[in-house]
Design a protein around this ligand. Structure first.
Ligand code: SF4
Length: 721
């Protein structure tokens, strides 16, 4: 199968001019750097430390940052190659406005005027809420905070939400319900202390490669590793127990594990009595989830259920980690709650080597959901419908409580609202919904219906091509601020270079827009640190309290874990120590979960399950990584993975082009026949657009609690093309 091109020129021929970013003389030809800048990777939630080499206001390479304790100099392929995006010819260097002949370059005055005029026109004609804002979880905490304030105070719209809605909101919702707080329970340094690890729905070896090192350290220390996944991912190949679950059945399995623990007395009665509420209802709910029934639902052996329960419950320490495989479901919150029930019943939380965590996919997946860019939330992760929270934030923002908009629509609901004519205009920053939302054709037709669409971005993403105005913003290394990693560590992002050409820092663009709608003293920032100081002040007293942090303190401690409520507070790496949870009575909550099948299960017409995910060399909607030559070379196109049994049944051989269709659309992809997937399931990575987009097939059914879509399971049919 000749899928990997043999040379850069072949790659360019196959994939177009975006690979011309190889500098004359090759990748390592740019000479000694002027300086090294200690910062962090722009991709996943592990937030590895990295030193960027800078020469002549260009990022020319990297050096390991071995002192930074999370990754100690190690980086995955994406981190190693990230520096190549900055010099890509697609980098937007100036604002663009749409004309009848396509985009033309515009001055900042023209472009900003057009955005302002169109927002005003739509809001005057249709009301404040007819204009919506889409934000991103790759933004720094400062920008996330600014976007929320811009939407609510400057524009007065209730509709602002972010692309973290497609990532880990189900876990956040479940954590708040169970623990009263939405943050990982432990620092990563607890992983090697665990004697049992359950890794559920997380292809950690490809999506968070550096985290895999912590898991291997645990294994070296004697830990048993249980992996639950429909695919035998790289981490599953070294597991002690691999449970190849049928997609969409996770809560049944977790209920089954808890059933076995309760039946055999493998629970921590003292912990349950002293630190939790609600076990009785959960006990009743899981009574019918016998290993035999769970085996039938999940398509796995019953003995695997018993074995996993025994190892988890009878081992002194244990951590349960999950990612999108658990969360991307129309019952994503219930799936997470069923995991938490197991953790609570066995008392494996709040101690070294014991805990529960989601591994956030986006760089600031954690911070992105704390500072007020979510549709139902104010800064400090405060509840926008809670009168006391509203009063506090309104007072600190110097507006009246009644002026603060109420809860708005989730980003996953906005496309429907555009189709209904309720939302007429949109401003989006670093969000590529055309690739990342389910049912891509539905998204495309929604974007085309908008009366005005403005975008702030650094590349012309597939979504930005539909914009009326594109404001050329900043890459990660062109801006500064803070990011909160998946373990809850707030780290410092340093500006390495100035934005090129006429591009500007995102925060300056947002401030300029905000000041056209609100008095200057509501957006008075002279620098990014001013925004951080305000963010910390507004978060003071909230669960998510940053008020004891400063840039200097963050830098000198290699990051700080929130809550950090005063300047002499050291931060809180491990939550729930001493069994103290964040509900008013200090107790965690069990939540009963009844298994529900996927909204779209297989039938005679669509007999195959489709699940989607990531590959190691690409990141989310691919806006950046599809422009980094060596990463494209590593995995040039989306491949459909299918089992040899299914391939044989359909007369398909490895490397064939295969037609895949669902109730929403069709794609044709080259296939890879692998024994590492269930015979009833196929897999497509979702980083590509248009005819290669996995999301032409996926289902936009939402989890009613978190509004996350059901990316991980829908029904399809396949045939040799
Ligand atoms: Fe970047 Fe994540 Fe890879 Fe670390 S593991 S280098 S943060 S993509």
């Amino acid at each position: 199968m000749a899928l990997i091109p043999q040379s850069i020129s072949e790659l360019i021929e196959r994939h177009g001019p975006h690979l011309h970013d190889v500098p004359p003389g090759g990748w390592a030809s740019r000479g000694d750097p002027d300086r090294l800048v200690k910062t962090h990777c722009c991709f996943c939630g592990v937030q590895c430390g990295i030193q960027l080499k800078v020469k002549d206001n260009q990022v020319t390479g990297f050096e390991p940052w071995e002192d930074f304790p999370v990754n100690r100099g190690m980086l995955c392929p994406k981190g190693v190659k990230r520096y190549l995006q900055a010099s890509h010819p697609d980098r937007l260097l100036s604002p663009l406005v749409r004309t009848s002949d396509g985009f033309r370059e515009a001055s900042w005055t023209d472009a900003i005027d057009q955005v302002v005029r169109n927002i005003q026109k739509i809001q005057e004609k249709h009301g404040k809420n007819a204009f919506a804002v889409l934000s991103g979880a790759s933004l720094t905490n400062e920008k996330a905070y600014l976007m929320g304030k811009f939407a609510r105070v400057a524009l007065g719209t209730r509709h602002i939400d972010y692309n973290g809605r497609l990532c880990m909101v189900a876990a956040g919702t479940a954590s708040r319900m169970a623990f009263g707080i939405d943050r990982a329970a432990n620092p990563w340094s607890d992983i090697p202390l665990a004697k049992c690890l359950i890794l559920a729905g997380t292809n950690v070896g490809e999506c968070f490669p550096i985290l895999t090192d912590y898991i291997w350290k645990a294994r070296d220390n004697g830990a048993r590793i249980i992996v639950i996944d429909p695919r035998m991912t790289p981490i599953a190949r070294t597991a002690d127990l691999f449970i190849p679950i049928r997609p969409g059945r996770d809560s049944a399995l977790m209920n089954g594990l808890l059933h076995v623990c309760l039946e055999r007395g493998w629970v921590d009665t003292r912990f349950i009595e002293q630190h939790t509420r609600g076990l009785e209802t959960v006990q009743r709910a899981v009574a019918s989830y016998t290993p035999a029934r769970v085996a039938e639902i999940c398509g796995i052996p019953a003995r695997a259920v018993i074995q996993a329960a025994e190892w988890w419950a009878t081992t002194e320490t244990g951590m349960l980690l999950h990612a999108r495989g658990i969360e991307h479901h129309s019952k994503g919150t219930e799936n997470c709650l069923s995991c938490i029930n197991l953790v609570l019943a066995t008392g494996k939380i709040g101690k070294p080597g014991c805990g529960y965590s989601t591994i956030t996919g986006q760089g600031n997946g954690q911070g992105g959901r704390e500072h007020g860019q979510r549709c139902n939330q104010l800064p400090g992760a405060r509840d926008i419908e809670n009168p006391a929270d509203r009063q506090i934030v309104a007072a600190r923002w110097k507006v009246s409580e009644s002026e603060l908009p109420r809860s708005g629509m989730a980003s996953t609901e906005m496309m429907e609202a555009i189709h209904r004519g309720e939302i007429r205009g949109l401003l989006s920053i670093c969000f590529n919904p055309l690739v990342s939302l389910p049912d891509a054709e539905h998204t495309r037709s929604a974007l085309d219906k908008l009366e005005f669409f403005g975008v702030i971005d650094f590349f012309l993403s597939e979504t930005a091509r539909h914009a009326d105005v594109v404001l050329a913003g900043s890459l990660h290394e062109e801006d500064e601020g803070t990011v909160t990693s998946a373990e809850g560590r707030v780290v410092r992002i340093q500006r390495a270079v100035e934005p090129p050409g006429k591009a500007r820092s995102d925060w300056e663009i947002i401030c300029e827009l905000a000041r056209r709608f609100a008095p200057f003293d509501q957006f008075p920032y002279a620098c990014v640190e001013d925004i951080f100081r305000e963010l910390c002040h507004v978060s003071s007293g909230a669960v998510c309290d940053y008020s004891g942090m400063t840039y200097h303190k963050i830098e000198s401690n290699y990051g700080l874990f929130w809550p950090c409520p005063s300047l002499n507070h050291p931060g809180t790496p491990r939550l729930y120590e001493g069994g103290q949870f964040y509900h008013p009575d200090g107790r965690a909550r069990f939540n009963a979960v009844e298994y529900r099948p996927p909204v779209e299960d297989t039938d005679a017409e669509f007999p195959v399950i489709l699940t989607t995910g990531r590959v190691v060399s690409q990141f989310l909607s691919g806006t950046q990584t599809r422009r980094i030559g060596p990463l494209v070379q590593q995995y040039p196109e989306p491949l459909l993975e299918l089992h040899p049994g299914l391939a044989k049944e359909r007369g398909i051989i490895d490397g064939d082009q295969v037609l895949v269709w669902s109730r929403r659309g069709t794609v044709t992809l080259r296939c890879q026949v692998v024994k590492t997937i269930r015979p009833d399931t196929v897999f497509i990575p979702y980083h590509w657009a248009d005819e290669k987009s996995a999301n032409r097939l996926t289902n936009n059914t939402l989890d009613p609690l978190s509004k996350i879509p059901e990316f991980k399971v829908c029904a399809v049919q396949i045939a040799r093309a």
